[in-house]
Design a protein around this ligand. Sequence first.
Ligand SMILES: [Cu+2]
Length: 221
Amino acid sequence: MGALVWGLIGWAVIRYRRKDGDAPAPRQTAYHLPLELLYTLVPFLIIGVLFVYTIKASDAMVEQEQDPDTVINVIGQKWSWTFNYMEEDNPEIGTVAHTIGTVESLPDLYLPINKRVRFNLESADVIHSFWVPNFYFKRDVIPGHPNSFDVTPNKLGTFDGKCAELCGEKHAMMLFKVHIVTEEEYNAKINELADNGFSGEISLEKALEAVMPAAASEEHK
Ligand SMILES: [Cu+2]
């Protein structure tokens, strides 16, 4: 597009440059009604078609299942993530387990492959943004305004996750790893967490205290 526009400009500049006496006048097409209608209608048509496809695609992306297979409550806190695996109704696990990340120890997130996962996002302090680039999707994590989205991971492997909202001094440290594993590995991992003392759900307050003990107790005074 750039080459075309610059090319046409260059052509017009050279073709119609002023020569003493006999500058060729370009053909005038002002008030050419059919041409002007075309200029107006064609872009409208293009945008209209793209609009319909965009709405369809974005509706499909934010669609949420009535009954997801796995629910993970995510907390963003300065400057890491807490993952609560809400598996109390899963007969293979039967409890809630959690991981609290810190700047010193980046958290890992485990997800079972081909299962519908619901992410509930909450912030303990400022606006963060939960982003796994391989999901082609990110969503803001806003204090006082819970957000959620569903995703069905369909590829085994380990992927990067990060915060996509400049949230403060150590924003760049809000990294985590997403491990997409088989259902058996997932159940084993969550059971292991629960057995090692990481059972129960971490609340917003607890997440804050865990990462910033001094600051959190200061705020509570
Ligand atoms: Cu952040």
